[in-house]
Design a binder for this molecule. Structure first.
Ligand SMILES: [Cu+2]
Length: 207
């Protein structure tokens, strides 16, 4: 039994070693037309050979809070099938709605320290608003790849562990002047190490 399990372990190590030897990292910097870094851009990657099977989980979780009459985070990436919680931390009530095709729904008036949830079954971008507060705007990007991340204030996105070969990289931003607010980039991923790219996106001034 011990021999068998050590055999399995060394086989596993071999497998992991092999895949690690043929995977690279993507470092993408997203800038606007004037060269300024763009935050809240969602980058999703479909690596050469496709997306691996298995459940997708992201370290940032599946909660979108309402606080100070705003959705936080402003942009949340969740995997297909995720149930998102919408806790209200404000003293006032909110009434969330979406008219977006992948998830048309509304969550009627709910008050402080109450939470509601919704399950997102279709990949795509979902724009959220509040019936009571016109200025509230949030986005849920429902994705079907584990290789996804959003840019921070420096416009930088790092996606590690991609299979070597040509990766289809999609950049989405709520203000992007493009069909479905997204653009596609083909990036050759090396067998080891990382590849750096910068991508310039054209943004609208407001929603
Ligand atoms: Cu509200």
């Amino acid at each position: 039994m011990r021999i068998l399990s050590s055999l399995i372990l060394s086989g596993l190590a071999l497998l992991l070693g092999t895949s690690a030897a043929h995977a690279g990292d993507l470092d993408l910097k997203i800038i606007d037309a004037t060269g300024k870094p763009v935050s809240d851009a969602v980058v999703t990657v479909r690596p050469a050979g496709g997306v691996p099977d298995g459940p997708i989980r992201f370290p940032w979780g599946t909660t979108m809070v309402q606080e100070n009459i705003a959705f936080s985070p402003h942009v949340l990436i969740v995997p297909v099938g995720a149930t998102v919680r919408f806790p209200n931390h404000d003293k006032v009530r909110h009434h969330i709605y979406s008219f977006s095709k992948p998830a048309k729904f509304e969550i009627k008036l709910f008050g402080k320290d109450e939470a509601r949830s919704y399950t997102f079954k279709t990949a795509g971008a979902v724009a959220l608003g509040c019936n009571i507060h016109d200025q509230m705007s949030g986005f849920i990007k429902v994705v079907d790849t584990p290789f996804a991340a959003k840019s921070g204030g420096n416009g930088q996105v790092r996606i590690p562990g991609l299979a070597a070969g040509t990766a289809q990289v999609t950049i989405w931003h709520p203000l992007m002047k493009a069909k479905n607010n997204e653009q596609l980039l083909l990036v050759p991923i090396p067998g080891s190490g990382s590849v750096g790219r910068s991508a310039s996106v054209a943004l609208r001034a407001s929603l």
